[in-house]
Design a protein around this ligand. Structure first.
Ligand SMILES: [Zn+2]
Length: 132
């Protein structure tokens, strides 16, 4: 950054704060995303459901796995948001905890394609999914 006479000067503290906040926000979302999917994968593996692929697309991260029973699907769908909520409790009082809360709770809402939607469909008997 330069001043009006073209001399180099230091970035104002506000710019540094904004950049740091943005970097921390992106880091916390990435951490929440990774742990969320890790929760799904760990549940699938523990329940004996084969995970075929883990990927990321414009909607976020996903796993492709064998179908499993309704009970297995229910547990696997809840495992991702549960992981976020457990981390939110463990990291209580930090910015990371807030991101984990938001990530976990938003994923439990019955929005099409969300974990909450999958759980709702399993509970109501309207199962049609391949990804978590
Ligand atoms: Zn999920």
């Amino acid at each position: 950054m330069c001043d009006s006479e073209g001399r180099k000067c230091r970035a104002p503290p506000w710019e540094i704060v904004k950049a740091s906040c943005m970097a921390l926000f992106i880091l916390s979302v990435a951490v929440a995303l990774v742990f969320h999917e890790l929760g799904h994968v760990m549940a699938a593996v523990l329940l004996g459901v084969r995970v075929k692929r883990i990927g990321i697309n414009w909607k976020g991260a996903y796993i492709v796995r064998d179908r499993g029973t309704d009970g297995q699907c229910f547990a696997i769908a809840l495992a991702g948001p549960s992981m976020n909520i457990v981390l939110a409790l463990l990291w209580h009082g930090t910015g990371m905890a807030q991101t984990e809360w938001v990530f976990g709770l938003v994923n439990l809402l019955p929005i099409a394609g969300s974990d909450g939607d999958r759980v709702l469909r399993l509970v109501t008997g309207k199962v049609k999914q391949r990804q978590t």
